[in-house]
Design a protein around this ligand. Structure first.
Ligand SMILES: Cc1cc2nc3c(=O)[nH]c(=O)nc-3n(C[C@H](O)[C@H](O)[C@H](O)COP(=O)(O)OP(=O)(O)OC[C@H]3O[C@@H](n4cnc5c(N)ncnc54)[C@H](O)[C@@H]3O)c2cc1C
Length: 488
């Protein structure tokens, strides 16, 4: 059996690990070819070699590459970096990259595993007597034939370009790896960061520690609040949690194939009451609208109620894909508008160290935040305008506005393979927001052959199916599920 894995970040690595832990790699007739043009394997852009000032946004217990061993990364951390508290510290992402490489390297040395350091630029599917087979072409024109199984794990979308600045001089569209992209910044220039999410914290953390900037950094955003911070993990009695697989299956039967959003909301509300969680009180406290209030809210205090909410959300996360896929189209839209931002506010955790650093920079006049950016023009310098009528000038603009989840915006330059596969109907998109796959198998839907039983897609481009999956835990779980339940 010939298997191809295209893309070898965390998703590809998790697939290979799952093939190993389930014994599939030990079979004599199995060979696995892995394709990725990156110098570093198993890390992708998130965990590649970079400055130590880029931190994880999830507890180490949520970062294991082995589905059944959540302590694998914390144990590794304890052994290699005992200075950290191994289950709770948001350690540098580059350390996670070291862990991933150390776990994957022995698998790459197996005789039946080949790591091919090339970009795949095209794929063809052929109907043969005993099923569909795949042929891959790499960027050098080399062909690789007859794969019985194909896994596509080609990663994150490109970054958004809200202000049409791509290609403009002194605009950094994709800031990673920051040690490369930002290393030659002129320290006397005015720097503007656009966006206030995790990437903005990464960049401020790097610049303030590694550069001697003489001008204050401007952080320009169009939403005033920040994600919630990592607080101590919840350690109280087990929480009541109702929306498990059994509940979902029952509800789907009752409602003939879908679950009304109201039903999900009222069940979550009942759980919250049962767990003594007052979400309104928590929102009133933990939705501060600026950095100053964020700092005053979080630092020097305990956060038992927020810990509980974050623990409840962690319980919800594994079922999120199934719940999302059980909604009607109209409810999906309502969910995205009314609930998804709230969910991600508490799901993604900012590293307290990075927030504390940003706060102290503001008190020392080394950083300022503009919460209502509306426009950027480029003349000799960049002109940034706020809704309140203020104008700011900057020499360098760094993009931290997040990913562009729109398949129409994929260019051949950014991802030649996805562009080609979408253009020729090998892949279909799901309402432009992602790749169309079956759920929960994540088998690819193809224009000619319909469902491809031996071709799976995994990764962030499935956000319109596998909602909330852009994290290691969800990707590792899905990789395992594919290999165990759906590969045959
Ligand atoms: C900056 C950042 C920080 C994050 N921090 C966290 C965190 O702390 N905790 C957490 O749980 N999650 C975090 N995430 C989210 C998540 O872990 C990543 O998005 C995840 O690593 C995605 O893995 P992936 O393998 O699907 O994609 P990627 O990591 O993007 O890997 C895809 C790989 O496919 C390769 N590829 C692409 N096209 C081709 C092709 N045509 N042929 C061959 N190879 C190809 C690429 O070179 C790349 O190596 C973070 C994400 C980012 C971007």
């Amino acid at each position: 059996m010939k298997i191809a894995i295209v893309g070898f970040g965390v998703s590809g690595a998790a697939l290979l690990m799952a093939l190993k832990t389930t014994g599939k790699l030990d079979k004599n007739d199995v060979t696995v070819d892995i394709f990725d043009p990156r110098e570093e394997f198993a890390v992708g852009p998130a965990y590649q070699k970079d400055t130590k000032y880029l931190l994880l946004n999830a507890f180490p217990t949520a970062m294991s590459l082995k589905n059944d061993e959540p302590m694998d990364f914390p144990n590794w951390l304890e052994e290699h970096y005992p200075e950290y508290e191994s289950t709770v510290d948001l350690v540098p992402r580059t350390i996670y990259g070291e862990y991933a490489k150390e776990r994957i390297e022995p698998l790459l040395e197996l005789e039946n595993v080949n790591y091919i350091n090339q970009e795949v630029i095209d794929i063809e599917v052929r109907a043969e007597q005993n099923g569909l087979l795949y042929q891959l072409e790499d960027a050098q024109g080399e062909l690789y034939d007859d794969y019985d199984y194909l896994f596509l794990a080609v990663g994150v979308p490109d970054y958004q370009d809200f202000y049409n600045l791509r290609g403009t001089e002194n605009y950094v569209h994709n800031p990673y790896p920051v040690i490369e992209k930002l290393k030659d910044l002129d320290e006397d220039k005015h720097i503007a960061i656009i966006g206030s999410g995790l990437t903005a914290f990464d960049i401020v953390n790097y610049l303030s520690h590694e550069k001697k900037l003489t001008q204050p950094i401007g952080v320009f955003t169009n939403r005033p609040d920040f994600n919630s911070l990592r607080v101590s993990p919840y350690r109280g009695p087990a929480l009541t949690y109702s929306l498990d697989k059994e509940w979902i299956d029952n509800e789907l039967r009752t409602h003939k194939g879908y679950i009304p959003l109201e039903r999900i909301v009222e069940t979550v509300q009942a759980d919250l009451i049962e767990n003594n969680i007052d979400l309104n009180a928590i929102r009133a406290k933990y939705d501060p609208a600026d950095l100053d209030k964020t700092y005053q809210t979080y630092f020097g205090q305990e956060h038992p109620d927020l810990s509980k909410v974050q623990a409840y959300i962690a319980k919800l996360s594994p079922n999120l894909g199934d719940l999302y896929m059980s909604l009607t189209k109209g409810d999906v839209v309502r969910f995205r508008l009314d609930y998804a931002p709230l969910f991600s506010h508490y799901q993604v955790r900012l590293a307290p160290d990075a927030v504390e650093n940003m706060y102290h920079l503001t008190t020392e006049d080394k950083l300022f935040v503009v919460p209502d950016l509306v426009e950027i023009e480029k003349e000799d310098r960049f002109i940034l305008k706020s809704l309140s009528g203020e104008t700011f000038e900057a020499d360098i603009v760094i993009n931290a506005t997040g990913f562009a989840y729109n398949t129409d915006l994929i260019t051949s330059e950014d991802n030649a393979l996805l562009r080609k596969l979408l253009d020729k109907g090998f892949l279909l998109d799901k309402e432009k927001r992602g790749i169309l796959v079956t759920w929960p198998e994540t088998k690819v839907m193809n224009q000619t052959f319909g469902k491809l039983d031996n071709c799976f897609y995994i990764g962030p481009w499935l956000t319109n199916t596998h909602f909330g999956n852009n994290n290691v835990k969800a990707l590792v779980r899905k990789a395992n599920e594919i290999v165990v339940n759906y590969m045959g």
